[in-house]
Design a protein around this ligand. Structure first.
Ligand code: CMX
Length: 464
């Protein structure tokens, strides 16, 4: 076990940076203070929603069929999510901005060309594209909040490396709830109008700490626990994360900025986002709510698909070699389907076209790794799989989703440990779901409790 240890000291080395941090934090002005910006916006939005509900509260927005009830509630409009909306054909828009627009408009790191996740978070939570200064202020603030309590470090260091990284991730986040300012304020009897402030504090703390947790898991599980180093307050969130993971390739850091931006949010109904929202509605603190969402992300039909895709590609290479013929590949795909398995990375509950998150990763690959054999295989799969899925006659969306491409990029830069990939997805997903959680409490959304029926009750109600 000793081999896999890192010391608490190593992780809390962030404190070494404190003098530099305090100077940087002092530079924050009212315009770069995200909490102050939100405190101005929230009363306006509360008023807007209140008058909208007063005028239209009883208006119907859709209907529920029996198939929807048995069919995973597909298509039921039953949730409000402010941060992003998914269009079946166009894909995701973050607060109204498409991925190419975000790539163009959001602040970048010095010398970089991909958007900073800090800027995306500002956009998700405020609805406004931030300035470079606002985005930089978030980098500094997250650096200042990154330290882990020693019990979480001890816990991480005692997990066997055989425990799946997503289980380690979710367990560590759950244990972090010892730090919850919301849970403490609630037990101290805080007024409900102030809930959002404490959920905001916990969310900022949690987002700041996630890369440290994730990097510790990576180093412990795959790199014999060798130290993760210190947070540099002059670096952005992704650069610090890459450095802690042990990667110092500038191109990989750019990939990570893109990756952490595009995986952040996919409107409110997907398993991870919906779970965080649902658990949060019981006033479980953000740590518990987020950990619950991560247990959903760890399912193979959701976030774990990025791991499954790489395993699938490796299986193809093992069976057919690096350059399979189209016919051999078709045969392989059909045999997968006939054995009752899904083709991972393809299909979606809402999307009906190629996922734009797939497209922007493909563009990254075309620019940086056009000759990579695995990328070539992914391109060939993109040509072969959709017509086959269409031919089955039952798959509603035969096109690739985000998970069909991410692993290929990671393995190119040396991150070949596919069981780890969903943790990266989880770090990113925090940005969207926690921004939403702050708004859930700001808008005073109640405990979620839809009505269920038994088959007998349903038949009786429909006189069937
Ligand atoms: N391979 C094989 N069969 C598929 C399929 C795929 N990629 N996608 C859908 N199908 C099948 C379904 O299993 C279902 O079969 P049955 O009727 O026998 O149960 C049928 O096609 C209809 O399904 P659907 O309405 O098209 O898709 P759903 O909304 O039910 O499911 C999803 C969506 C993503 C779970 C499904 O497409 C899938 O399993 N894809 C593979 C796993 C994957 O890539 N998941 C990641 C999604 C993105 C993410 O959340 O990260």
């Amino acid at each position: 076990m000793a081999l896999f240890r890192i010391t608490a000291l190593r992780v809390t080395e962030t404190h070494k940076a404190l003098p530099a941090l305090s100077v940087l934090l002092r530079n924050a002005s009212e315009a770069t203070d995200l909490k102050a910006v939100l405190a101005k916006k929230i009363p306006q939005e509360q008023e807007r929603v209140k008058s909208f509900r007063k005028a239209h509260g009883a208006t119907k927005v859709g209907e529920v069929t029996v198939d929807m009830m048995y069919g995973g509630m597909r298509g039921i409009k039953g949730l409000v999510c402010e941060t992003s909306v998914l269009d079946a054909d166009e894909g995701i828009r973050f607060r109204g901005y498409s991925i190419p627009e975000c790539q163009k408009l959001l602040p970048k790191a010095k010398g970089g060309s991909e958007p900073l996740p800090e800027g995306l978070f500002w956009l998700l939570i405020t609805g406004d594209i931030p300035t470079q200064e606002q985005s930089n202020a978030i980098s500094v603030e997250w650096a200042s909040r990154a330290g882990l309590p020693s019990h979480v470090v001890t816990m991480l260091n005692n997990f066997p490396p055989s425990l799946h990284p997503m289980s380690q991730f979710s367990a560590a986040v759950t244990a972090l709830n010892s730090e919850s300012k919301f849970a403490k304020a609630y037990s101290d009897g805080v007024h409900k109008t102030k809930y959002w402030e404490y959920v905001y504090e916990d969310s900022m703390d949690l987002i700041a700490k996630l890369p440290v947790i994730a990097a510790t898991i990576y180093r412990n599980t795959y790199k014999s626990g060798k130290g993760i180093g210190a947070i540099d307050p002059h670096k952005d969130w992704s650069a610090n994360f890459c450095q802690m993971l042990g990667y110092d390739n500038a191109e990989f850091t750019e990939l990570m900025r893109l990756y952490l931006t595009i995986h952040s949010d996919h409107e409110g109904g997907n398993v991870s986002a919906h779970t965080v929202h649902l658990v949060g509605s019981a006033l479980s603190d953000p740590y518990l709510s987020f950990a619950a969402g991560m247990n959903g992300l760890a399912g193979p039909l959701h976030g774990l698909a990025n791991q499954e895709v790489l395993i699938f590609l490796r299986k193809i290479q093992a069976a057919l070699g690096d350059n399979p013929t189209d016919d051999k590949l078709k045969e392989f795909i059909w045999s997968t389907l006939k054995s009752g398995q899904v083709v991972p990375g393809y299909g979606h509950a809402v999307l009906r076209k190629t996922d734009p998150r797939y497209t922007c990763q493909r563009e990254f690959a075309q620019k940086h790794l056009p000759k990579d054999p695995m990328f070539k295989l992914v391109s060939q799969v993109y040509k072969i799989v959709p017509p086959i899925l269409m031919e089955t006659g039952k798959v509603k969306n035969p096109w690739p989703n985000v998970d069909a491409h991410s692993g290929v990029l990671l393995q190119y830069y040396g991150m070949t440990e596919m069981n780890y990939y969903t943790v990266l997805f989880g770090v990113s997903r925090a940005l969207g779901v926690l921004a939403s959680l702050v708004w859930d409490r700001a808008l005073g959304l109640p405990i979620e409790r839809p009505k269920s029926m038994s088959t007998d009750g349903l038949m009786k109600a429909l006189k069937a």
